[in-house]
Design a protein around this ligand. Structure first.
Ligand SMILES: [Zn+2]
Length: 122
C-alpha cells in the first residue's frame, strides 16, 4: 500500500468508528453560520451529527463556534469537534456532505443514536 492509500484506509477506519446521532432539534441561527450559503434552511428535513476522530479533527474546517443544538458559543478548549450532515427535502443531497462544527458534550450526549452507518467525509 502506498502512503496515500494507507492514510486513506486509516481515515476511513477512524471515521467509521465514530458515533452517528440524530440532531432532533437545532438552532437555526447556529446552523445558518455552519452551513454554506446555498443551503435553504426551510428545505432541511433532517440533520445528523458525528463526533470527529481526535487525530483528524484538526483537518476539518469549522466556520463557527455556535453549538448547532443550543446555539450558544462553545468555549475554546471545551466541547466536541463534530461534523453535521443536513439532508434537504428538495435537493436530496448526499449525506456525505459534512460541515465541521463545535458542540457541547452535553448537547451531543442528548442526541439519539442514528440507525444509519456513520458517514465518512470526502
Ligand atoms: Zn449546546
Amino acid at each position: 500500500m502506498s502512503n496515500d492509500e494507507q492514510e486513506r484506509a486509516e481515515w476511513d477506519d477512524a471515521w467509521s468508528k465514530m458515533q452517528h446521532r440524530n440532531l432532533e432539534s437545532w438552532n437555526a441561527a447556529a446552523i445558518g453560520q455552519i452551513l454554506t450559503a446555498d443551503w435553504n434552511q426551510n428545505e432541511i428535513v433532517t440533520i445528523t451529527v458525528t463526533d470527529n476522530p481526535a487525530k483528524f479533527a484538526p483537518k476539518v474546517l469549522r466556520k463557527s463556534i455556535s453549538c448547532p443544538s443550543c446555539g450558544l458559543d462553545v468555549g475554546t478548549g471545551e466541547g466536541l469537534p463534530v461534523s453535521i450532515y443536513p439532508t434537504s427535502r428538495i435537493a436530496e443531497r448526499e449525506l456525505t456532505i459534512g460541515f465541521g462544527a463545535w458542540m457541547h458534550n452535553s448537547c451531543f450526549a442528548e442526541c439519539t443514536q442514528s440507525n444509519e452507518p456513520t458517514p465518512i467525509p470526502w
